[in-house]
Design a protein around this ligand. Structure first.
Ligand SMILES: NC(=O)c1ccc[n+]([C@@H]2O[C@H](COP(=O)([O-])OP(=O)(O)OC[C@H]3O[C@@H](n4cnc5c(N)ncnc54)[C@H](OP(=O)(O)O)[C@@H]3O)[C@@H](O)[C@H]2O)c1
Length: 289
C-alpha cells in the first residue's frame, strides 16, 4: 500500500511518521522541497518533484496542506486521480473541503477526514478522528479506513460535514474564543504577573487555556474561526450570559448568584455522566503540576 502525503508541514510530518511506522510505502511532495527531503532522511520516504507526480502511484492521497491552499492543490491534481485511488483531506473544518474534493476530483473516491488532535500527539491511541463520507462510495471506503484507524487505536466518529462543523464550533471555536478573551483580559489586569505566584488550581487552569490557545498559529486560528458556522450564535449566547452574571455581581445579588451556580451544577451533572470524575481529575492534574 502506498500513500502520497501532499504538504510536509506539521500534520504532513506527523502522518508521514505514522504511515511509515505502520509499514506503508510513502511518497511526499511539498511546496518547500527541503521539508520533504528532511522526511526522506528521517523516514526513508520517496520525494516527488510535484504534487501530480506524488499522486501517480499512490493508493491513498492525503492532503495535509493549509485550508487556504486546498483549492489550488485540488485544481492541480484533481484531473490526474484515477478511479481506484482515494483522496482525503484532513482539514479542521469539513463542509468547504468536502465541496472542493467533489468539485475537483473527477474520477477517484474522496473522503473528508478530521484528526481531532495536533502534531504533539504521540500516536493514534485514544485520539478522536472524524470521517465525513457523503454517498455510497465514500461510505464504503470510510468503513475500510475506519477499520484501519481503529486498529491503530483511534476513536472514530462518522458525521455529515455540516454536523461536524457545527460540533467543531463548540469543540474548537468556543474554547479558542474563551482562551483568547481570557488571555486578553488577564494581560490587561495590573496584577497579572503577581497573581501567578499565589494562584491555585482554577487560576492555573485559566492561564493554561489562555496560554495554550494564544501560542497557536494566528492565521490558522482566524481562518478556522471565521469558517465555523455557529460562532456568532455561540459567542452571542456567551455574551448575554456574561451580562446576566455581571448584573448579579453589580447588584450584589448573593442569593441570585448562588441559585444560578446551583442550577449550572445540577444541569451539567445531569447532562454529563463524567462530571465528578472530570473535574476531580483536572484538579489532581493541576495540583501535581
Ligand atoms: N495543526 C493542527 O493542530 C491540526 C490538527 C488537525 C488538522 N489540521 C489540519 O491539517 C492541515 C495542515 O495543517 P498544518 O498544521 O500541518 O499546517 P502547516 O504546518 O502550515 O503545513 C501546511 C503545509 O502545506 C504546504 N503547502 C501549502 N501549499 C502547498 C502546495 N501548493 N503544494 C504542496 N504543499 C503545500 C506548506 O508548505 P510550506 O512549508 O512551503 O509553507 C506547509 O508545509 C490543515 O487543513 C489543518 O486544518 C491541523
Amino acid at each position: 500500500m502506498r500513500v502520497a502525503i501532499i504538504g510536509a508541514g506539521k500534520m504532513g510530518q506527523w502522518f508521514t511518521k505514522l504511515f511509515r511506522e505502520e509499514g506503508f510505502s510513502v511518497v511526499v511532495s511539498s511546496r518547500t522541497r527541503s521539508k520533504a527531503e528532511a522526511l526522506r532522511a528521517e523516514f526513508g520516504v520517496d520525494v516527488a518533484r510535484s504534487n501530480v507526480e506524488a499522486v501517480d502511484n499512490a493508493d491513498w492521497i492525503l492532503l495535509c496542506v493549509s485550508l487556504d491552499s486546498l483549492d489550488a492543490v485540488l485544481r492541480e491534481i484533481g484531473s490526474h486521480v484515477r478511479p481506484d485511488q482515494v483522496v482525503m483531506d484532513i482539514g479542521s473544518i469539513k463542509e468547504i473541503p468536502v465541496n472542493l474534493l467533489h468539485k475537483h476530483v473527477e474520477h477517484g473516491v474522496t473522503l473528508g477526514t478530521h484528526p481531532v488532535f495536533g502534531p504533539g500527539a504521540r500516536s493514534l491511541e485514544g485520539q478522536n478522528f472524524v470521517l465525513t463520507p457523503v454517498g455510497d462510495e465514500e461510505k464504503r471506503f470510510a468503513g475500510e479506513f475506519r477499520g484501519w484507524l481503529e486498529k491503530c487505536g483511534a476513536v472514530v466518529s462518522v458525521l455529515s460535514p455540516r454536523k461536524h462543523d457545527e460540533l467543531m464550533s463548540l469543540v474548537l471555536g468556543f474554547p479558542h474564543f474563551v482562551g483568547l478573551v481570557a488571555g486578553d483580559t488577564l494581560m490587561n489586569n495590573p496584577n497579572f504577573v503577581d497573581a501567578k505566584a499565589v494562584g491555585g488550581a482554577t487560576y492555573k487552569l485559566l492561564l493554561t487555556l489562555a496560554e495554550a490557545v494564544s501560542s497557536e498559529e494566528p492565521v490558522f486560528y482566524s481562518n478556522l474561526h471565521m469558517s465555523l458556522p455557529e460562532m456568532e450564535k455561540i459567542e452571542g449566547l456567551f455574551l448575554s450570559k456574561v451580562e446576566e452574571w455581571l448584573r448579579m455581581v453589580k447588584s450584589k445579588d448573593c442569593a441570585g448568584f448562588s441559585r444560578k451556580m446551583g442550577q449550572v451544577k445540577k444541569r451539567l451533572r445531569e447532562l454529563d455522566p463524567e462530571y465528578e470524575r472530570a473535574y476531580r481529575a483536572m484538579y489532581r492534574l493541576l495540583d501535581d503540576s
